[in-house]
Write a protein that binds this ligand. Sequence first.
Ligand SMILES: Cc1ncc(COP(=O)(O)O)c(C=O)c1O
Ligand SMILES: N[C@@H](CCCC[NH3+])C(=O)O
Length: 417
Amino acid sequence: MSDWAAFHYHDDRLFAESVSLAAIAEQFGTPCYVYSHAAITAAYQAFEQAFSGREHLICYAVKANSNLTILNLLARLGSGFDIVSGGELHRVLKAGGDPRKTVFSGVGKTREEMRDALEVNVLCFNIESEMELLALNDVAGEMGKVAPVSIRINPDVDANTHPYISTGLKENKFGVPAADAERIYQLARDLPSVRPVGLDCHIGSQLTELSPFIEATRRILDLQARLQSLHITIEHIDLGGGLGIRYDVESPPSRQDYVKALCTEMASTSARLIIEPGRSVVGNAGILLTRVQYLKHLPHRNFAIVDAAMNDLLRPALYQAYHAIQPVVKHEGETQIYQIVGPVCETGDFLGNERALALASNDLLAVMSSGAYGMSMSSNYNSRPRAAEVLVDGDSVRLIRARESIDELCALENIIV
Ligand SMILES: Cc1ncc(COP(=O)(O)O)c(C=O)c1O
Ligand SMILES: N[C@@H](CCCC[NH3+])C(=O)O
């Protein structure tokens, strides 16, 4: 399935699989995230098939989209998970995910989160500093356990992506410098309650070329050889996530070419290959459905004020990220250039700039490529309840997260007089 194939026009009306988005807006209201079961399945299976027999594990990065139904769908497809918090661990377990196929990443795991993960025997902790290693050794020791660990290496490779989502440069907070790795692995080997089992790196997100992945893999393999000479044997190599998707005119490598390139680099080792894709599994499997409230035609600029905002989809405001915006029903009318903005009281609250559209009040728009880092980064800013989420499968559409109510927004607050 090609990237946007799940969302297609039929007689000028935009559909998700076999369901019209206008019908979804009618039934569930807007703003509403709409995901395609077929697109998620196809993306996952494209990764899976590309390994063609090589020992591997796909650990879907939960942060990209952590809806329980989506995690459950991926778990049933055989996916493992990459988590970065106790909250994400809880979601994986609740969704039926297997903790023994779960890797725990993140620079600031708390001792309580370590305990919870040890309790359920996660596959591996991706350790990001020496202090964290010592803390885990301590926690595991208290529990009478030995924690399996990988050290996340910062390979100092430029991912050529937005600076906020580049993670593998030496100035980034992630991982340990390659120069310190041998010493930290020896420490891990000698500590009583951790056991080094893997090597880990993740250089950034929305990468559109293979070369940084290849460069990072080579540096990791070099390190594996140096560890072997210290008699530290690595059972798995986790190369993280980061494969980009098409938002606009990008042409990232296919999932197949990406996996094949990693497998080629890894041909000399029998270590199991782990990848942690997030965006490339769910990004183009979701859209944000929103309705135009008001149009404001000014001499110098036209605004379309829609009912979704930066609290629903933060990426444009945070990274000036581009998301295509398509009419749900194409109609006649004068095409004008609009800034598509939300109701939030911030000038940075926009979903798209300079978009040529023929619009009328009450029109529906689809903000494309919103399946990853959309709902999972949403907030209640301006006391706006979070959007509903639905999953389309063929001609069926089901609510997978109800729209939040105003009462729920205040539920944890007390008035102290
Ligand atoms: C450790 C780790 N693994 C995996 C991912 C998933 O990345 P992506 O959604 O770009 O595939 C991220 C986010 O960039 C991450 O920080
Ligand atoms: N939130 C980012 C990706 C961050 C990846 C987290 N390591 C985005 O929307 O593009």
